[in-house]
Design a protein around this ligand. Structure first.
Ligand SMILES: Cc1ncc(COP(=O)(O)O)c(C=O)c1O
Length: 354
């Protein structure tokens, strides 16, 4: 609808006011929904679909948003950006702010019921300070639960659950423990877990009921992924034979050093630097050269049997390379050689001009 920017009569004035009001509502609504569903936010990668399909996805997001509102699921408006470091200051401010806002007044949770953090941020390669954040949680909201998503770190980075004050840690079989995908697990402080009984909004993912069921009869509530569990058993045997957490950390650190120094000598720059950089996954800035095309790089590597992460999930223009799994320095050298070959194919200078 075309706005009448200079209304000259009452009808135009009414039309103009209605249009502006509607537009404000539409924009505010889009902002709220984009905040909840990052897939429709520009920083989440944008919807790479036809307009019709994109419109359907947006409608689904609006319906889900309404459902969240009716079930009192709050907006995720306390997410911190993945690349923002150091994170401790942000967390401290957020924890203090809620307290200052009044919180729930019970004096122990500071208004927060749970604080969650991702240990190794797979989107950017940042390793977050779970010990320091745990201290802040205990200081500002001792009644709150502290949950760590250690999906891409558990098994390769030391975690002292007691010292960090972690109540819940979640991870999966298929990352640093090198099993196959199929299930995730949670390591929980039992008292905290049991205090959540009845909270779960879905039948099959009810962790408390799963725990209680296992205690009673040793059975899964639903058909278990038997093949993935058997593979996990083998993966754990290999894990211990290879020196446990220390052994794995050592090999991944070596892989990462070879990767980073090799990519830097080709002219790539890291997004995250030590001490915030993990040795699990590394994000590299897109080179500022007109011949660079990420899809060509990705496909060129795939043609050589090498797969890197297919896209970016941070706001920065960058691509990610993981170095975990049954990978060794010779695999990383093979990757570096292939990156060089694809750069030549793309018409990029090797090394890139800085
Ligand atoms: C840090 C982190 N959390 C959660 C997930 C989700 O794991 P899944 O895809 O197994 O549900 C991933 C997946 O890569 C991850 O890296």
């Amino acid at each position: 609808m075309t706005p009448v920017t200079n209304p000259t009569n009452e009808a135009e004035e009414l039309y103009y006011r209605a249009l502006v009001r509607t537009r404000v509502i539409v924009e505010l609504t889009l902002g709220v929904v984009k905040n909840r569903f990052r897939c429709i936010h520009r920083f989440g990668g944008e919807l790479q679909y036809t307009p019709l399909r994109s419109a359907k996805i947006v409608s689904a997001c609006l319906l889900l948003h309404n459902r969240c509102v009716s079930r009192s699921i709050p907006d995720p408006n306390n997410h911190l950006p993945e690349e923002d470091m150091p994170i401790e200051a942000h967390v401290e401010t957020a924890l203090q702010k809620k307290d200052g806002d009044g919180g729930d007044g019970d004096g122990d949770g500071g208004g927060w019921s749970m604080v969650c953090i991702v240990h190794c941020e797979t989107s950017s390669g940042v390793i977050n300070p779970i010990f320091e954040v745990g201290q802040l949680v205990r200081r500002y909201c001792p009644g709150a639960s502290y949950m760590v998503d250690a999906m891409s770190s558990f098994g390769a980075v030391e975690v002292d659950m007691a010292a960090c004050g972690i109540d819940f840690l979640v991870s999966s079989a298929n990352k640093c423990l090198e099993g196959v995908p199929g299930f995730a697990y949670a390591i929980c402080r039992t008292s905290r877990l049991l205090s959540c009984r009845g909270n779960c909004r879905v039948l099959s993912l009810d962790l408390v009921e799963q725990h209680v069921g296992l205690e009673v009869n040793g059975q899964f509530r639903f058909t278990p992924p038997t093949h993935a569990l058997l593979a996990f058993n083998v993966a754990l045997t290999r894990f211990w034979h290879q020196g446990g957490v220390q052994g794995r950390a050592h090999r991944y650190k070596q892989n990462n050093e070879v990767l980073v120094s090799g990519m830097e000598s080709l002219g790539y720059r890291r997004l995250v630097h030590p001490p915030h950089a993990s040795y699990i996954i590394t994000a590299f800035h897109f080179p500022k050269h007109e011949a660079f095309n990420f899809t060509k790089l990705y496909n060129g590597l795939a043609e050589r049997g090498l797969v890197i992460y297919p896209g970016k999930v941070t706001s920065a223009e960058c691509f990610r390379v993981g170095n975990i799994g049954d990978l060794h320095t010779h695999d990383i050298n093979t990757l570096l050689q292939a990156v060089k070959e694809v750069m030549v194919q793309m018409g990029l200078p090797v090394p890139l001009n800085s």
